[in-house]
Each structure stands twice: as C-alpha cells, then as structure tokens.
Design a protein around this ligand. Structure first.
Ligand SMILES: [Fe+2]
Length: 275
C-alpha cells in the first residue's frame, strides 16, 4: 500500500523510521513568526493556484455527507476561494472573529516546542506553499492544503478551538512518555478523529478531510471504530504511512474537550483552574 496520508509530522510520534525527506526535519525558530496582518501574500504560479483548485474541488465533492457539521460550517465561515490560494492574513482575521485564534506563517515543519507554544497561545502555524503537482495525492511534507483546508475550518468551532489550545498547553508541560502519549491523542483526534452525529458517523480529523484517499476509506467497514477514551488512546500506537485501520469516535466536541482535560489533569499536565 502506498503512503497515502497527511499529517503534522512534529506530532507523528512513532512510525517515523521512513521519514528521511528534508522537508520533514523540524525547524527550530530563531525569531517570531509573522502573525495575521504581518503576513504578506506570496507570488504563486498559475499552476500552484490550479493545484489548490483541483484539490479543493475534489475534496468538496466528497465531504458532504462525510464531514461533520462543525467542519462544514467552518468552511462557510472561512469562504475559501475555489480557484485561488487563500491569503493567510484574511484567514487569520476570520478565525480571530469567531474563536480568537490567529494564523502565523510557518516556514515548514516546526520544532515540537515551537509548534505547541503557538497552539497554547491560540495561534495556528500555517505553511503558505503548496505541494507540487506530482504530490497531489500525497505529500510527506507539510503544505498549505493540509494546513488551511484540513485544519482551519475546525478551529472556527468554539469547543474544538478550546480543546486545541489545551493540547498545546498540556504539551508544554509534558515530559518523557507523556509527550508520546500526547502525540497519540493528537493523532487520533485532531488528525484522524470521527464523531457520531445525529445524522450518522462523520469526520472531523484534519488528516482525513484533506486526504483524497482517507476521506473515502475512514467511514468504511474496513476501519475498526472505538469509542473515544483519552486514557486508552494515549497508549495506542499508530502507523503514519498507511491508511488507518483504527479510529476513535467522539460523541461531541464537549466530550472531547472535557475527556482530554481530565486525562491531562490526571497526568499533572494542566492546572485545575483551567477547566
Ligand atoms: Fe495536520
């Protein structure tokens, strides 16, 4: 099976033995990232805008009836243009209006501490370059299609946005094995989470919604689904290189937020007053 998934490699944790792509080497920041209106819109070629359009249109065809309501609402809020790569400064403004989050322009895969520091401060580090045409079905490296199309719509949801910040806060307090446990939780929720809605099983994981193959695979019977349990997920290994055989299902984003908080507090990663 080919390598068909997309993920934030800083949080990929185990399974990184095949990861030799220099674009997947984490960058340690030496200066603050530009945030919001500080981000200039770069020059993109016609082909790059076209790559966005191809990926955007084919994911949109797949997502209705598969993606959760909160993600689809996020798409409405953010109003991504079909045929043009969205500017990060506008995206940042729109996110800030709904959940107080901002976007920073990231040069690539960030060092774990830099990445989680951003999340803890309600800043989403986002690349502004797009994968080449040959990698349209899969890229091992971070790119803006995954970051923008995959991640930012869910950050418009208040409960998810709160949970995402808490992951960053907990990660900054985590040492040793707890860092691995947090990577697993990040993987099975932020990147590959499912939710049981009144209309059926739906996707909220950013790694699924931005992947042509995972979005078609994740809801099928080929995937084992288990109920969300942060303590159990924290001990569950995963494989970043293949379509996922196991996913966890939340009942609501409030359950996700509270379940994560309780687990993180039980590990001493979160002050009680933060709840
Ligand atoms: Fe990601």
């Amino acid at each position: 099976m080919t390598k068909q998934i997309e993920t934030e490699k800083p949080n990929a944790g185990n399974g990184g033995e095949e990861n030799t792509d220099p674009r997947c080497v984490p960058i340690k920041l030496e200066a603050a990232l530009p945030v919001g209106d500080e981000i200039a819109y770069p020059y993109y070629t016609y082909e790059e805008h076209q790559s966005w359009q191809i990926m955007f249109e084919r994911q949109m065809e797949l997502l209705v009836g598969r993606a959760c309501e909160e993600y689809l609402k996020g798409l409405e809020v953010l109003q991504f243009p079909h045929g043009r790569i969205p500017p990060l400064n506008i995206l940042s403004r729109l996110l800030n209006e709904v959940t107080g989050w901002k976007v920073a322009r990231s040069p690539g895969l960030l060092d774990e501490k830099d990445f989680f520091t951003c999340l803890a401060n309600r800043i989403f580090p986002c690349t502004d370059y797009i994968r080449c045409r040959e990698e349209i079905d899969y890229t091992p490296a971070p790119d803006m299609f995954h970051d923008i199309f995959g991640h930012t719509p869910m950050i418009t949801d208040p409960a998810f946005a709160e949970f995402y910040q808490k992951i960053g806060q907990a990660a900054l307090n985590a040492e040793g094995e707890d860092r691995i446990r947090l990577q697993r939780i990040y993987w099975f929720t932020v990147e590959f989470g499912l939710i049981q809605s009144s209309e059926g099983l739906r996707i909220y994981g950013n790694g699924i919604v931005s992947s042509y193959n995972e979005v078609q695979h994740s809801l099928t019977d080929a995937v084992e689904k288990r109920p969300f349990d942060a303590a159990k997920i924290a001990e569950q290994d995963f494989d970043i290189w293949h379509l996922q055989p196991l996913l966890y299902v939340i009942e609501s984003f409030e359950q996700l937020q509270e379940g994560f908080y309780d687990w993180a507090a039980s590990r001493g990663l979160m002050p009680e007053t933060d709840k």
